[in-house]
Design a protein around this ligand. Structure first.
Ligand code: ZN
Length: 161
């Protein structure tokens, strides 16, 4: 069996930055599960999965336009500290959840001033070239339920509460 539409794939990955710094890895966890062809993983990685078989190992480099997109400088904003409510004073590098009119948004704190903070709402990996080392662990047919939901179920996949 090889990877194609309507297959659920379990895989291990190690993600490193262009500079070779490890950013994330599934090696200490369950393999990640996704439904192929459903846009569950970044487009560059999904494309590279096509046609692979169980046990395959490969490395790919993904450009930002096939990963988390370009960094948008317009997503950096200055907001009043008091908008955060009664929370401990944030620190640069910290990730905060902000309530906005568009719903909750995760932002990274850039700078903390006396009355304002500068936050970046870009995805932390936006604008980055990403290197993936991948091992295909298992391939199976998706269930009807998974196809109707558009994602994989079970360990490493979507957990319904
Ligand atoms: Zn589901």
């Amino acid at each position: 069996m090889t990877i194609a539409e309507k297959k659920v794939v379990d895989f291990h990955y190690t993600l490193t930055s262009e500079a070779g710094v490890e950013l994330d890895s599934s090696r200490e966890r369950e393999p990640m599960s996704y439904l192929h062809g459903a846009g569950n993983i970044i487009p560059g990685l999904e494309k590279a999965m096509e046609g692979r078989a169980e046990g395959d190992q490969f490395e790919i480099q993904v450009q930002p336009d096939e990963a988390y997109g370009a960094r948008n400088p317009g997503n950096v904003q200055r907001i009043p500290l008091k908008r955060l409510g009664k929370v401990p004073r944030p620190r640069p590098g910290q990730v905060l959840g902000l309530q906005t009119q568009q719903g909750p948004v995760q932002v990274t704190v850039l700078k903390v001033g006396r009355f304002n903070i500068d936050v970046d709402a870009n995805h932390p990996l936006a604008g980055q070239v990403l290197n993936f080392a991948v091992e295909i662990v298992k391939i199976r047919d998706a269930t009807e339920e998974e196809l109707s939901h558009g994602h994989a179920h079970g360990p490493g996949g979507h957990q319904h509460g």
